[in-house]
Design a protein around this ligand. Sequence first.
Ligand SMILES: O=C(O)c1cc(=O)[nH]c(=O)n1[C@@H]1O[C@H](COP(=O)(O)O)[C@@H](O)[C@H]1O
Length: 224
Amino acid sequence: MTSPVYVAIDTPDLAKAQHLAGQVRHHVGGLKLGLEFFCANGHHGVHEMTKFGLPIFLDLKLHDIPNTVAKAVQALHMLEPAILTVHAAGGRAMLEDAKAAAGVNTKVVAVTVLTSLDDGDLSDIGVAANAPDQVRRLADLAQDAGLDGIVCSGEEVAMAKKAWADGFFVVPGVRPAGGAMGDQKRAVTPRQALDNGASILVVGRPISLADDPDLAARAIEATL
Ligand SMILES: O=C(O)c1cc(=O)[nH]c(=O)n1[C@@H]1O[C@H](COP(=O)(O)O)[C@@H](O)[C@H]1O
């Protein structure tokens, strides 16, 4: 069975990224490349990472006016990422245009409420709703706009899936029991996230900062 774990390769250093991917490639289901990696290595870097033969999740969290986001998505076409992120808070027109601009083989998923935010942080940015309510609202918007799914925490995924049975649910910020939270505030264990309905899990530092990343990936796999 293919692992549902996508390893977050959060480094600007291509050689380090390749080294990590090489270590864990047999115990993860895909590679997630984010802003740190893309800003430093661009299209060339993504091309290099496709050589591992794993699906690429390009996590650029695009968030701008519809025209700009659509053009950016078009400019990524030749990379054919399996998954691409945009921010749901960009609004309905931005989401629709992002989906229309993406290649047929790319799932466009909307980030709802970042897993690093709690209700207090939402209040700071003028969002009166709590995290579950805000996730629900943005999940409905993403579904209406024709996206493939959303990114949310393991705390909300069961509720979101109930309303969107065939949605694709990305759950980051997962932590093995007792693992360091770092900047994550709404974290559950990988097992819990899957039980709650996650389609894939994103795991970064619990694997990348481990003394033996492959062992860490295998230990997580063993819990699933
Ligand atoms: O879109 C994401 O992948 C994402 C959304 C979110 O709400 N929270 C979140 O942590 N992420 C990403 O998931 C990864 C989590 O990394 P770790 O906290 O190191 O496991 C990072 O690459 C984040 O950019």
